[in-house]
Design a binder for this molecule. Structure first.
Ligand code: 2RA
Length: 325
């Protein structure tokens, strides 16, 4: 029987991983749940059985799990992922700690395959995942030259604290997670600023897009914005290709790609919204149209649940693809 450990079992992503593991048809597995000392001892029901959450220790990391799903932040991951790896486990890590390490695979199963040079696999940033899924078939069919992202990212991207700040705003209370109110507002900053004026979230989108699509010369730029929406991120993409397909060709190509649902009928005001995408597995794409201001350039609008495909589901799909192979 496959031995699976989940580190970060009480967090928003960890809880969603459990929900997804319960629903999908993985071969039979044993499950061990880890968290920080603070949550250790709590009980969780999974598939009708009660599991007690344990504190993760260096000793327990040596216990020879086959697969470890980690969603416990960069610090925990930097310390424990190599210990699991040494003990022969394959780690699928949701933090940003390993993503840009050249020896580490950064994987979206529909888009690229793990080489397993190292037994640590990085799960990409949420807004990047839902962007590269539609970009991949377009890159393969028509060649990509430039991508300009503007994101509209929900507060659940900041975890429970982001959701709490939105609720506090509704009650007229001051925020404690964000430095500005998010209720009735937009915040054009996600994560800290770098010296060049970009935020770390914007840099993640730029660097991770190039790595996942394996195209170092792709021109990418991004502006990332936090919006007062609980679940699902939206990304407006302006993309320049190497050739000039019709909009119908693009729609037909995208609708055939795994995990994409095209919702695009301006005559009936059909396009994806965060509310409709919440708790769904797909990446929804709409507003596909030509940008007449530049040759070979198009607009696309991608919406997906950032905790599902943007985090927990993508990690479980990586696990499924490893087990299947
Ligand atoms: C956010 N991308 O939305 C982050 C979560 N990983 O804040």
């Amino acid at each position: 029987m496959v031995k699976i450990a989940l580190v970060g079992a009480t967090g928003l992503v960890g809880q969603t991983m459990l929900h997804i593991l319960e629903k999908r048809n993985l071969p039979s597995f044993s499950l061990t749940l880890f968290s920080s000392a603070r949550s250790a001892g709590k009980e969780i029901t999974f598939k009708g059985e009660t599991y007690t959450i344990e504190e993760l220790t260096e000793e327990r990391a040596q216990d020879g799990f086959d697969y470890v799903l980690m969603s416990a932040g960069g610090g925990t991951s930097l310390h424990y992922a190599p210990l699991f790896e040494e003990a022969g486990s394959v780690v699928i890590d949701n933090s940003s700690a390993w993503r840009m390490d050249d020896s580490i695979d950064l994987i979206v199963p529909e888009v690229n395959k793990a080489s397993l040079r190292r037994k640590i696999i990085a799960n990409p940033n949420c807004s990047t995942i839902q962007s590269v899924v539609p970009l991949k078939p377009i890159q393969d069919a028509f060649g990509l030259k430039r991508v300009a992202y503007t994101t509209y990212q929900s507060v659940s991207g900041s975890g429970v604290k982001g959701l709490e700040d939105l609720e506090k705003g509704e009650k007229g209370e001051a925020p404690t997670n964000y430095n500005h109110p998010i209720y009735h507002n937009l915040i054009p900053q996600i994560d800290d600023f770098e010296e060049d004026g970009y935020t770390k979230e914007e840099q993640k989108m730029i660097n991770e897009t190039r790595k996942i699509l394996n195209q170092a010369d792709l021109d990418v730029t991004a502006t990332c914005v936090r919006v007062p929406v609980p679940h699902s991120h939206a990304v407006a993409m302006n993309i320049t290709l190497n050739s000039e397909p019709t909009v119908e060709e693009l729609k037909s190509l995208l609708s055939k790609f795994p995990s994409i649902k095209v919702m695009d009928d301006p005559s009936k005001e059909v396009y994806p919204t965060p509310l409709e995408a919440a708790q769904k597995e797909d990446v929804f794409v709409g507003r596909i149209r030509k940008d007449p201001s530049l040759p070979k350039t198009y607009h696309l609008w991608s919406v997906s649940d950032n905790i599902f495909k943007g985090a927990a589901l993508n990690a479980v799909q990586i696990l499924e693809s490893l087990i299947a192979n």
